[in-house]
Design a protein around this ligand. Sequence first.
Ligand code: MG
Length: 259
Amino acid sequence: MKPLAALTPAEARALRGVLFDLDDTLLDHGKLTEGAYSALFRLREAGLELYAVTGRPSAWVRLMARLFPVNGGVGENGGGLVGPGGKVVDAVSTSERAARSARLATLVAEVRCAFAELEPADDASERVTDFTFDIGEHRRVPPERVAEVSAFARARGATVHVSSVHLHVGFDAVDKASGSVRLLRMLTGVDPSTATTRYAFVGDSENDVACFGAFRTTIGVANLRGRPTLAPRFLTTAPRGEGFAELARVLGALRASAE
Ligand SMILES: [Mg+2]
């Protein structure tokens, strides 16, 4: 990983937008700081489209798209796509969603029987496409236990995503990268190669790895160090929301200097 200072004006100027993770990237332990909130406005003033790409419920992204200077986003690790004004799009039909929800309920019952100490995340009831266990938000689950649960769910055909706070299971074969590319196609009409070269992604953890691999301009906030199995190209010096604000300052300065 290179320091963010190694990003060139040409690469910064070519960007159309920034895709950003929420927990431990924009947010500091679940809270939005004044500095991180302001950074969204600085990025927009720099001419960039903004999209939240998160494992949180799609309803969270919907609220952001309605209230924040954000164009839309991806919720539930790619399961829900949210356009301007907060319209949520499910990629599957109502009947297929019902079938997957029933299958997911069976899986969750099996997981909770096998791993009785696991607790649902406090946003589990707001979710449409996945079920989520709390592994680091209000309680700590050891990494080796997280790996056991992940293997248990995958052996039953589920898709699993792990972030700094949550373990997600579901039957939608999605990830943040595929969801982001579909979202950008839906909202802006860009093809996948344009999406992955003209939009930057910033994140902090394992459920961001698909985006770290798919997008050309990838940035990790400093708290990421040593965690994901695939690293982004650039790393901020500051962690979490402060690192996001650092990214906004650097992109703003580089894009202005290149004009
Ligand atoms: Mg995160």
